[in-house]
Design a protein around this ligand. Sequence first.
Ligand code: SF4
Length: 368
Amino acid sequence: MISVTKLLHNTAHSGDRIRYSGRDDRFPAVLVMNITRNCNLRCAHCYSSSGGGRFTDMSFEVWKKAIETAADMGVSNVLVSGGEPLVRKDAVELIRLMNDAGMKIGLSTNGTAITEQMARRLAGLVDYAGISIDGPRTVHDEFRGVDGAYEASLKGIANAMEAGIKVGLRFSITRLNAPYIGNIFELAMSFGIGRICFYHLAYAGRGGAEMDIDNRTRLEVTEKIFRLTEEDSDILTADNAVDGLHIYAMTGEKRVLDLLRKNGGNRSGERIADISPDGTVYPDQFTHAPIGRIEELRRIWEEPDALVSKLRDRKKLLECRDCRYLDACNGNLRGRALALTGNLWGKDPSCYLREIGEKYPDMLPGMQ
Ligand code: SF4
């Protein structure tokens, strides 16, 4: 994740300690737990192809064991996701277990199930709720596949805030909604929400490459995000480490490049892991190269197999290994390269370094 606010304005925010500490602990800094594949919406870009209630989730006991193991390993940050995690009947009980284990919990939700009662149950358990809004009402509802989804999500935001839960907005950038970056900033402001996370499309599930913007548009869209980022906000982008290089080129500040190098770029399979709804463990939510099973979390980390070892030492394997910014990016998102080229070490199609170099030739010489 790129903290746009931190890189642009050098202000401190939650999560920066993990992002820019340069620490290299022997466990995932962030473990994503997709506790269900069921969902009450049917989003066009869903990375887990969720929808409806037809999937059989893993049992409470299996997840309980995984939470205990993760806590014992030292995992302190969990992202609870789905599907829509709150359609799972025992979701709050699972979240309570994580909280009891001392974990910091981010909840990734469409917000529609956050009733007043649900908000009261979650208050004090989750560190923040990231609620997805993908544009103005009509765009959002089309995107989410359900009329009224926008209103329901807004109600969820209000309920969560009323209960004292810290709320952030999440926006997935696609061809459908790229023109509406300004709207999401306005919406956040109308609620008094400082945190927005913009997700680049990762080519998983229903969110295939055909929904993505091209890299010239990506340059414009990210530039708009950066220009709208105020000093007192908490703006992030996810799944494209090249955004950091874009900020470096825009600002011309070496401090930015130093921070990016400290962060090390994409760390899927090193500092991040994902447990999918069926118990398969992946390097992240989008990189569909299995690294083990939920029952062997500790073994995956402490006795890494060939694939995990390669992910942790990927630089020499990458197609873009000669890039001069490799130590600040680490080859970007492997899942996108895998999805588009079939080669886990291939070039990430969303690397827009060339487009940045064309716009800022003095900052990134030789990149155009
Ligand atoms: S060429 Fe590779 S390492 Fe360089 S910025 Fe692009 S994805 Fe990152």
